[in-house]
Write a new protein. Structure first.
Ligand code: SAM
Length: 392
């Protein structure tokens, strides 16, 4: 493909990404993967170039762009090499007309940029939310040790006790060490959220929003397979991915429970007041993960944020009932918004006289409210809010 044809293809894919974000449909990654699968004429260099163009254009636009072409014109304003490719050549984008306008830049749609600003994220902190994420691994201590594991390429250690860092795009999923369950792909922030649970061998730990089990597996490893990890979620398909992963990781103390939305406690009733620790890795806006999913900011609106804030509050109250006296509750969101983080946790503490905040000591992050916040800018991790409270 010519460079101009790659730009035109990226424009057409951006149209699909924008439409999908508006309809809350498939993410950009999936849209690209589907297109590459059904357009085999695009070689690996074309695919890489198209992918880079699509994601660079997404990052370059703040609000949802009018069209893929407007998004590419915005990228052309910040990357001079693209402008001459609007040359009207065969398969290339047509020449720019005088009346054409580029999409607006910025970090996010205005309302969201304001929410971030009142949460202390603006300027360089906001820009870093759209940087590129490294590839972080967690060495699974059920099968290997960070100090001795041999990997095909050299990796840096991270601030997480079992963490390693590689350049993004390293094909770790093809490595034998991955297939053997010695390593898991997990962002450093996510690993530190598991550290905050301080799960001990022999304990009963509930991971209320376990999803595909990224954190569940880390909890099980921390417990050396001793005790119980109960992994629950309302999403059957996510939860169904957990047990095959647990098998690969050699994690044998995990049980799963599918929850009924609105009646979550029904499937957990036998554990009321019994858990040593309950982790609520709550559904959230994901504003901390834009480095990986930059178009996620186009999916969110005020109504959706309010819906998530309500669910988080409800899940905190459910989780509180599961904690035994003397036990602990850990609240985590991969969001940088106070409404989902410090503010949400303060509100929980003020309506829960049985619970008092616990100091959380982590090697990264800065205090925010009663918890700790990790940011892409300061910590080079996904953005996270992490807080812990103990039950009297
Ligand atoms: C941030 S994700 C969890 C990620 C997971 N803990 C991990 O580390 O891979 C939030 C999860 O909450 C789940 N969820 C949404 N509503 C829920 C509810 N009412 N009860 C339990 N889980 C819920 C979602 O299905 C999603 O898997």
């Amino acid at each position: 493909m010519t460079p101009a044809a790659r730009v035109q293809t990226a424009i057409e894919l951006l149209d699909k990404v924008i439409a999908s974000a508006r309809a809350k449909g498939a993410p950009a990654d999936r849209i690209l993967a589907d297109w590459f699968k059904s357009n085999r004429f695009a070689g690996s260099k074309d695919r890489r170039a198209i992918r880079d163009l699509v994601f660079a254009a997404i990052r370059a636009c703040g609000p949802v762009p009018e069209s893929g072409r407007a998004a590419m014109l915005r990228l052309a304003q910040v990357d001079g090499s693209i402008l001459p490719l609007f040359d009207g050549s065969n398969y290339g984008p047509k020449v720019i007309e005088e009346s054409e306008e580029a999409a607006a830049g910025g970090t996010a749609p205005d309302w969201l940029a304001k929410e971030l600003a009142v949460s202390g994220i603006e300027g360089v902190d906001a820009e870093a939310m759209l940087g590129r994420a490294p590839l972080d691994l967690r060495v699974n201590t059920l099968k290997a040790q960070r100090a001795t594991i041999q990997l095909p390429v050299a990796a840096e250690t991270t601030a997480a006790p079992n963490g390693l860092r590689l350049p993004s795009g390293t094909p770790v999923e093809q490595w034998e060490e991955f297939r053997e369950g010695k390593i898991e792909v997990q962002d450093t922030g996510s690993q530190l959220a598991c550290e905050a649970v301080a799960a001990q061998p022999g304990e009963t730990v509930i991971d209320v929003c376990a999803g595909g089990g990224g954190k569940t597996l880390a909890l099980s490893a921390a417990m050396d397979n001793l005790g119980r990890v109960i992994a629950s979620d309302t999403d059957r398909s996510r939860l169904s991915r957990l047990m095959p992963r647990a098998e690969r990781a050699g994690a044998t103390n995990i049980e799963t429970r599918l929850l009924d939305p609105g009646k979550e406690l029904d499937a957990l009733a036998d554990l009321e007041g019994k858990a040593d620790a309950v982790l609520v890795d709550a559904p959230c806006s994901g504003t901390g993960t834009w480095r990986r999913n930059p178009e996620a900011r186009w999916r969110l609106d005020e109504k959706e944020l309010a819906r998530l804030v309500d669910i988080q509050a409800r899940l905190l109250d459910i989780a509180a009932r599961l904690v035994r006296p003397g036990g602990r509750l850990v609240y985590v969101t991969c969001s940088l918004l106070d409404a989902e983080g410090a503010g949400q946790f303060d509100a929980f503490l003020s309506r829960s006289p049985d619970f008092a905040p616990h100091a959380t000591s982590l090697p990264l992050g800065a205090p925010r409210g009663q918890g700790i916040r990790l940011t892409p800018k300061a910590d080079d991790t996904d953005g996270f809010f992490i807080a812990c409270a103990g039950r009297a």
